[in-house]
Design a protein. Structure first.
Length: 148
């Protein structure tokens, strides 16, 4: 073993005329410090790296998932919540969370259009109801600073 030094020693004792044999294993391990590269949790300059942008995206996705769930029940479809994420890559060219912060509004518009395209979205729009708040309205309501 490269980093280990292993010695097999034996304990022999004479107890009442009987020989007792017991192996004694001693293992010495030499620790060598290793370099650990720390990877950043988020890609800098993306939606996921900005807490305000990320919170708003999650807010939009939660609304979409609720509306999409209704569509699935109404149309007796399987709930595939990852559908919007796959479609985002095709339409905007990025995963939603990995969209550059400069293009965040593009990602937000994509999700808003998907919300408006659901059954509930169409009904609410037809009734003149407000579907989702803007990024600025969301931040004002939740007491966050405006980043975009």
């Amino acid at each position: 073993m490269s980093g280990n030094n292993q010695k097999n020693l034996f304990n022999v004792s004479n107890v009442g005329g009987n020989l007792n044999y017991a192996p004694q294993n001693k293992i010495t391990i030499h620790n060598h410090p290793t370099k650990v590269e720390v990877q950043e949790k988020y890609i800098p300059g993306t939606i996921e790296a900005d807490p305000d942008l990320s919170a708003y995206l999650q807010h939009l996705l939660a609304i979409y998932n609720k509306f999409f769930s209704f569509d699935c029940q109404a149309k007796n479809m399987k709930k595939d919540y990852s559908r919007i994420r796959r479609k985002a890559v095709e339409v905007i060219g990025y995963q939603l969370e990995k969209t550059p912060a400069d293009d965040a509004e593009k990602a937000f518009d994509f999700v808003r259009k998907e919300i408006a395209g659901t059954i509930l979205g169409k009904k609410k729009l037809k009734a003149g109801e407000h579907l989702v708040s803007t990024f600025e309205e969301f931040n004002a309501k939740h007491g966050k600073k405006t980043s975009a």
